[in-house]
Design a protein around this ligand. Structure first.
Ligand code: GDP
Ligand code: MG
Length: 674
């Protein structure tokens, strides 16, 4: 019978076999031996009896009474145990100590106390008191066994024993402030003849008990406590076993029902008598109590139960933790050593933590609730601390995985023929963030303060660095392509214009420049969409393009107007004018030709080109200007040839043209000489 909250029902003992048919001998154990040593093997016996895992589903009964009042005989009859009974013929003593066995067909531990009757023999009552303390601390029901003729003998040995029982009880429970734990005293009157009705005997006995109670010196704080605060009473009589054996057996069988049948009106194992010691802790508890009794220390049950709970909860936690730790090993290599990520790590952690907690709860929840709850929290904290290592480890691995994923997808996408840069960044970023978040969320267990926000913040920063770099790279790539485009478009028009110098040469070049910039601007605008650029960024790029194109233009102009190229241009212009006629045919100088005038004109016309080339002329492009900055000075860039350079070139050209003049003169002399 397991209740909803998982604890085992404490509803008395359950009959598991048919009592009359099961005649198998049930092993018994000497719990405390003649030398007052507590057994080591109780757990083995608990298991043999099938009670090791019984939880709270078992009960304990003990018997008290003077020597040789048929106690063991009664127990054997009631519970099918095989405790030693004094041999009638030999009158030999049974073995001293406390004996324990299990009731046949019942989840009941039965204790038989064998002592010397110290009181009758005038010996010390040491063992009697110790065994009374022990039985009281561990049993729910105490059978008090006495002869009918002992009833009313208030001064008799029996009453001394009862006094001991009561005193001992007060000692045990003096620290129980709240609900007092009750014990049932089942008083069995033996050899009950029947001439005095049971009720009368019961009344007499009850009066005697109250008197004894009144006479006890009570501990501080308990001065006014009542016998009924601690005890319930039940009376029954049994016929003479030797004279009326059949009647005796019949009554014993009836009495057994009170132990065996929860439906019985007089069922003795009521839940409130249960000592709440889980079966798996019974050994520790009972031996601990015996230890305390032997060392004569103050014994109070609440403290004992807490100590037991601490001891057992630790043991149970350790056992659960050991299994947990072996499961944990499986994560070590992949996560801590290989840097991998396990997709279902959270689920796995949840499972092994639950397994450990369930295993702990199953056994520990039966112990003292305050202790159990505290130990449970300790256990949970300990498990979480262990698991956190893997949470943190996998979070790091996820972080790395996400960054790598972002970087590689980005590179892959940007290798494609066409793409929108900002879209590519956004999708790659989403994908990588998703990998991280999905993995991280999956790992966060309940009842922990685990968080991944810090790791996520760092990750986002790194994402930012990666995309910023990618953007810069893209820009560089784009500018390079643009420069190439500008170069291609500009070089031919510049070359053509400078090879055929006209007054509007510079205007043509500026026109070509403007067209090129317009084309570049179209490309830029397209790219700007891909980059998701702002208006400002676009303007800046455009200005960059204008300067870049201008520099390309200037370089081309410099190339075209480098010394040799310039001289070549001058010479060809000069030759055109001097050596060819108006029809483009080569001149053949005749003696009557005015070579000097031709020469002068041609040379003067050619020299006029030098100032034309020397400075970019904007007279037809008024207002044309490119914004300057510290690296770019537009005004200065208009000057192509310095004054000195112009003089130098003029001189060199004059020398070169002199050669043509001499050649022309010589050709006339040669022709006339023929
Ligand atoms: P214990 O010392 O109290 O455990 O007593 P035992 O069970 O060993 O029995 C002591 C003696 O009393 C034995 O010789 C039994 O045969 C005898 N005896 C047992 N039950 C009864 C009974 O109901 N009436 C009488 N008169 N003697 C009994
Ligand atoms: Mg006995």
């Amino acid at each position: 019978q397991t209740t909803a909250n998982g604890s085992i029902s404490t509803e008395g003992s359950i009959s598991t076999t048919n009592w009359d048919q099961d005649t198998k001998l049930i092993p018994r154990l000497q719990l405390v031996d003649e030398d007052q040593k507590f057994t080591q093997v109780l757990p083995d016996y608990m298991n043999q009896w099938g009670l090791g895992e019984a939880g709270f589903k078992y009960n304990v009964v003990a018997v008290f009474g003077s020597q040789s009042t048929g106690k063991s005989t009664l127990l054997n009859g009631l519970f099918g145990t095989s405790f030693d009974v004094m041999d009638e013929t030999q009158r030999s003593q049974t073995t001293k100590g406390i004996w324990i066995s299990r009731g046949r067909g019942m989840h009941v531990l039965v204790m038989d106390v064998e002592g010397t009757d110290g009181r009758e023999r005038g010996e010390d009552q040491d063992f009697e008191r110790k065994s009374a303390l022990f039985s009281m601390a561990t049993s729910e029901v105490i059978i008090l066994n006495l002869w009918e003729h002992q009833v009313g003998l208030y001064q008799g040995a029996n009453m001394g024993l009862l006094k001991t029982v009561f005193e001992v009880n007060l000692q045990l429970f003096q620290h129980t402030q709240t609900s007092k734990e009750k014990t049932l005293l089942l008083i069995v009157i033996r050899d009950h003849v029947g001439s005095t009705p049971l009720e009368n005997l019961a009344k007499t006995l009850q009066n005697d008990l109250e008197k004894i109670w009144a006479g006890l010196s009570k501990p501080e704080g308990l001065e006014n406590c009542k016998i009924h605060d601690y005890f319930d009473f039940m009376y029954t009589g049994l016929p003479h076993k030797i004279l009326l054996p059949e009647k005796f057996n019949e009554e014993v069988a009836n009495l057994r029902q009170r132990f065996n049948d929860p439906q019985n009106a007089n069922f003795v194992f009521r839940p409130e008598y249960h000592k709440r010691i889980p079966a798996d802790g019974y050994h520790i508890y009972a031996s601990g109590i015996w230890d305390k009794i032997l060392t004569n220390k103050d014994l109070d049950l609440p403290t004992q139960q807490e100590l037991l709970a601490q001891y057992r909860c630790d043991e149970i936690a350790q056992a659960a933790f050991d299994i947990f730790a072996t499961h944990l090993q499986a994560f070590k290599q992949p996560i801590l050593e290989k840097g991998q990520t396990l997709a279902d790590l959270g689920a796995q952690m949840q499972t092994i933590r639950k397994e450990a907690m369930d295993s702990f709860d199953k056994n520990a929840s039966r112990y003292h609730q305050g202790v159990y709850q505290k130990k449970r929290q300790d256990m949970l904290t300990k498990l979480n601390t262990q698991l956190n290592v893997y949470f943190v480890g996998q979070l790091k691995n996820l972080h790395k995985k996400a960054i790598t994923l972002f970087d590689t997808t980005l590179k892959q996408e940007l290798k494609k023929a066409s793409y929108n840069f900002s879209e590519v960044v956004a999708t790659s970023l989403n994908q990588a963030t998703d990998v991280f978040l999905t993995g991280a969320k999956e790992m966060v267990l309940d009842d922990t303060d685990w968080s991944y926000t810090h790791e996520l913040a760092i990750l986002e920063e790194e994402f930012d660095q990666v995309s910023t770099k990618a953007r810069a790279d893209e820009f560089k790539k784009m500018s390079k392509a643009l420069t190439k485009q500008v170069e291609n478009e500009l070089s031919e028009p510049v070359t053509i214009a400078l090879n055929d110098p006209q007054p509007n040469t510079w205007h043509k070049i500026i026109e070509a420049y403007k067209t090129t910039v317009e084309n570049g601007q179209a490309t830029l605008s397209k790219k700007a969409k891909s980059f998701n650029s702002t208006e400002e960024e676009l303007e800046e790029s455009l200005l960059g393009l204008k300067r870049e194109a201008w520099l390309v233009l200037r370089k081309k102009v410099d190339e075209e107007l480098a010394d040799t190229m310039l001289l070549l241009k001058l010479r060809s212009q000069f030759e055109e004018k001097f050596r060819y006629d108006d029809h483009g045919l080569p001149r053949v100088w005749k003696p009557e030709d005015d070579i000097d005038t031709y020469f002068k004109h041609a040379r003067d016309d050619t020299l006029k080109l030098i100032p034309l080339f020397a400075k970019i002329d904007l007279k037809e492009d008024e207002g044309f200007e490119i914004e300057s900055n510290e690296d770019f000075d537009f005004k200065q860039s208009l000057t192509i040839l310095s004054e000195a350079k112009q003089i130098d070139i003029t001189n060199r050209f004059k020398r070169e043209s002199d050669a043509f003049y001499l050649e022309a003169k010589r050709s006339v002399v040669a022709t006339t000489a023929k």
